[in-house]
Design a binder for this molecule. Structure first.
Ligand code: MG
Ligand code: ZN
Length: 212
């Protein structure tokens, strides 16, 4: 895919959001509240995710994950719980033949909670919509920004993509507007909008696949 004087090592990439994109949020049936998965047995893939990721791998994309996980800063669960959940997520994807080249998580939160880990509370350059996680992945994995997409379900994902100089695909279905408060408002400015993960992948492959 070498074009012009572009280095031949630059790779096409897909940077994936975690919650609401790859895996479902967790519903507490008693209270009706939503939280993100923080235990290995809470990892539930959303519809179309496994086949979509397999298609992306087959098309030659390097896959990575960029996720905000402020739970430890808010005192909701431990950093170790986040790490174990990520290990389970990566293992489970591996069982489907899907390899994630790198996972970057922002554990910070600007205000946190008094019960949270004080070391994680405050501003950082990596919490989406800031581009830090994406820029780290692009550099560490030698991704070609012109052939790289952020695939997520929230405004913060789209804004982080723009700030990092990559394209964005937004999964947004009206029938899951229970998630809207977690999404940071209505969608704005993504290159692709789709109702499901695999639909977003099809659109990305149409737009980018011929150039991979
Ligand atoms: Mg999300
Ligand atoms: Zn951060």
């Amino acid at each position: 895919m070498t074009r012009g004087n572009e280095p031949s090592t630059a790779r096409p990439g897909i940077i994936l959001d975690r919650d609401g994109t790859l895996i479902d949020v967790v519903r507490d049936e008693e209270t009706g509240t939503l939280s993100v998965a923080f235990h290995p047995n809470q990892v539930r893939f959303l519809p179309g995710v496994i086949t979509g990721l397999q298609s992306l791998m087959a098309a030659g994309f390097t896959l990575a994950i960029a996720t905000n996980q402020p739970g430890p800063a808010k005192g909701q669960f431990s950093r170790r719980a986040v790490e174990r959940t990520h290990r389970a997520l990566l293992d489970s994807l591996g069982e489907h033949g899907i390899s994630i080249a790198a996972l970057e998580a922002c554990l910070h939160h600007p205000t946190g909670d008094p019960t949270g880990d004080a070391a994680l509370i405050g501003d950082c350059d990596c919490r989406k919509p800031k581009p830090g996680l994406l820029l780290r992945l692009i550099e560490n994995l030698a991704l070609d920004p012109r052939a790289t997409w952020m695939l997520g379900d929230s405004r913060a994902d789209v804004d982080a993509a723009r700030a990092a100089g990559v394209r964005s695909a937004l999964i947004f279905s009206r029938d899951r507007c229970e998630l809207c408060p977690l999404r940071g408002g209505p969608p704005g400015g993504p290159d692709v909008v789709a109702a499901r993960f695999d639909d977003a992948v099809s659109r990305i492959l149409e737009l980018q696949g011929s150039r991979v």
